[in-house]
Design a protein around this ligand. Structure first.
Ligand code: SDX
Length: 439
């Protein structure tokens, strides 16, 4: 234990290299809640060794004040506020303000933020042309990845990310324009005209409007669907240092254009192990076909050689129920009831799947519970959103989390370019052999 300036002993971890008389004392840092961390920054300098943690399952990559997850207790806090309370009492714009600035807004601050986002929802008219380069059947995640990346071409020359005001404008632009770009990717895929954003609608209403309205007739928001969409956006807004957020942080640590960083985040989110799982859940339920086929599917999942995963189940951090999945399940029942959908076979299948899995030792031992993606697809399908758009919706919601984490990183005085090391097991040094001398 080393003593700190206040005299209180500051915890340390001593690492001794077996077979040598070398050791080092590493400080243990404490956060406000959650596990302490061992600061290993001087380990290599002192002992000449790296730590090894493929997938970063035991590595804190940064200090953050935005989102806290307790995977064992199934707790998720945005700036200290439980997700259950925010999903019930707040809305996506207010949660976006909270994630960006750290406190719940005053009425005046909320109105100014809401207005600021509303008046940035339109995109440069030339951006429309980027869509024409895609085939109509291109996956909309590929489309939004390309178009969001293209925003970097519209906002690059005069973008100084070291200027707080310009960082804020970039954040507003990304939060505001991502629903427009996402909805246009859908409209492009079905050959319908793009719908321009409306300033008289809320964020969720506007997104549903741009997805569903056509110029030929008026469109009025359905309050139930708008509320459900808003809640889904709140649940997906941020989630600590997940794969896509870590991608945005790593790209941003080089000083890259924030629009390009968010495009990188979209690319990472697309994977079926991450944000692509909601689409994969629907595909999985469709392939299973009916509840009587569930036991056979579960036996395939248990067979390692099948490489079959129970999509929508499991999580790197949650070893208990994902609190978002619980809220999503409740919302699912509400939306289906309010839409007058009495028996949704997919929901019945999902609930039977959950019942069987949660009573099966294979899943219990591995602490595999439904995650945020298990029920979201069923709601979205009931709302008429095509499966290919599920992960796009996840990206719409997570953009505020990405820009909040990016902003926090840029403003962190200890921030430096991310550059992990490796355990090298390749060929040791050898001399080049000319072609004529090779076998
Ligand atoms: C998201 O990080 C985040 O915060 C992500 C996210 C966010 O908001 O950003 O929460 C969003 O990505 C949710 C997760 C969506 N993905 C899926 O639903 C795809 C299915 N799930 C798995 O691919 C998996 O659970 C992961 C990728 C989510 C987690 O992978 P890990 O960390 O490698 O899983 P693990 O270490 O907890 O696995 C322990 C065991 C392993 O078996 P053994 O080698 O011990 O025998 O459980 C097995 C895994 O093979 N396992 C599964 C499984 N998930 C883990 N077996 C069957 N089905 C699964 N879904």
């Amino acid at each position: 234990m080393s003593s700190s300036a206040t005299g209180a002993a500051k915890p340390t971890v001593t690492v001794t290299l077996d077979g040598s008389n070398r050791n080092t004392s590493l400080p243990v840092l404490s956060g406000s809640i959650g596990p302490d961390v061992v600061d290993i920054r001087k380990l290599y300098g002192d002992l000449g060794v790296f730590t090894f943690d493929p997938g970063y399952g035991a590595t804190a990559s940064c200090e953050s004040k935005i989102t806290y997850i307790d995977g064992d207790a199934g707790v998720l806090l945005y700036r200290g506020y439980p997700i259950e309370q925010l999903a019930e009492q707040s809305d996506f714009i207010e949660v976006s303000y909270l994630l960006m600035y750290g406190e719940l807004p005053s009425p005046a601050q909320l109105e100014a933020f809401r207005k600021g986002v509303t008046y940035h929802t339109m995109v440069h008219e030339q951006l429309r042309r980027f869509f024409d380069g895609f085939r109509r059947d291109a996956h909309p995640m590929a489309v939004i990845c390309g178009v969001v990346g293209a925003l970097a071409a519209f906002y690059h020359d005069n973008l100084d990310i070291n200027d707080p005001h310009q960082r804020e404008i970039a954040a507003y632009r990304l939060i505001a324009k991502i629903p427009t770009i996402a909805a246009w990717a859908y409209k492009y895929s079905i050959g319908q005209p793009f719908m321009y954003p409306r300033n008289d609608l809320s964020y969720a209403e506007n997104f549903l409007y741009m997805l569903n309205a056509v110029p030929a007739e008026p469109w009025t928001p359905n309050p139930i669907l708008s509320r459900a969409m808003d809640r889904i956006l709140v649940l997906h807004a941020d989630h600590e240092q997940n794969a896509s957020t870590s991608t945005v942080r790593l790209a941003g640590s080089t000083g890259a254009n924030p629009f390009a960083c968010v495009a990188a985040g979209i690319a990472a989110l697309w994977g079926p192990a991450h944000g692509g799982a909601n689409e994969a859940v629907l595909k999985m339920l469709g392939e299973i076909g009916s509840p009587e086929n569930i036991p056979h599917f579960i036996s395939e999942v248990k067979d390692k050689n099948s490489h079959t995963k129970l999509m929508g189940f499991g999580h790197r951090v949650y070893k208990n129920f994902d609190p978002r999945a619980k809220i999503m399940k409740e919302t699912c029942h509400e939306v289906l009831a309010e839409l007058g959908i009495k028996d949704e076979p997919l929901l019945d299948m999902a609930m039977e799947m959950e019942r069987i899995a949660l009573s099966d030792d294979y899943f219990i031992q591995r602490k595999l519970y439904p995650n945020v993606d298990f029920y979201s697809g069923i709601i979205l399908k009931a709302m008429g959103i095509p499966t290919s758009m599920f992960t796009v919706l996840f990206a719409v919601a997570r953009t505020v989390g990405w820009v909040s984490q990016w902003k926090e990183m840029i403003e962190d005085p200890s921030q430096r370019i991310g550059r992990p090391r490796q355990l090298y097991t390749g060929a040791t040094q050898r001399d080049y052999v000319s072609l004529g001398r090779r076998a």
